[in-house]
Design a protein. Structure first.
Length: 143
């Protein structure tokens, strides 16, 4: 099962404050542990919302709102993509995260990703299978 782990933003991350060398080292060791265990598939940090935009689509019309966005507790500062056997396993990995350097704590949300097999067969899902095959082919050709 794949899980998206969303690292919540803080006032510091929204201000563009970079982590200290000690925090980077601790997170690097944690990421290395995740990779060696075959858990981490991808991950990264995000620039603050002041460098972002939101797109809202309603009735076929798109409107764009430039950042920054006020509700820090609703924003994401980074992510991991993990492969785990269960939500319980993902939670255990999350508990090991070295987030004590963050002022006010460190919050993350863990959510399982849908797999294409979760959806009913039909023309709509066939389009998604086609796109997935094209992405896999591109990834293979880039390797």
């Amino acid at each position: 099962m794949r899980f998206m782990v969303l690292v919540k933003a803080s006032p510091e991350s929204e201000a563009g404050q970079m982590p200290s060398q000690d925090e980077l080292m601790a997170m690097g060791k944690y990421n290395e542990e995740l990779v060696k265990a075959g858990v981490m598939l991808d991950g990264g940090g995000l620039h603050p919302s002041s460098k972002a935009a939101r797109i809202h689509i309603d009735d076929g019309k798109a409107s764009v709102t430039d950042g920054p966005f006020a509700e820090t507790h609703e924003l994401v500062a980074g992510y991991w993509l993990w492969e785990c056997g269960s939500l319980a396993e993902a939670i255990e990995w999350g508990r090991r995260c070295p987030g004590d350097g963050a002022k006010g704590g460190f919050n993350m949300e863990i959510r399982q990703l849908f797999d294409l097999a979760d959806f009913e067969d039909g023309p709509g899902i066939e389009q998604h299978h086609k796109v997935a095959a094209e992405m896999a082919e591109r990834e293979t050709s880039q390797s």
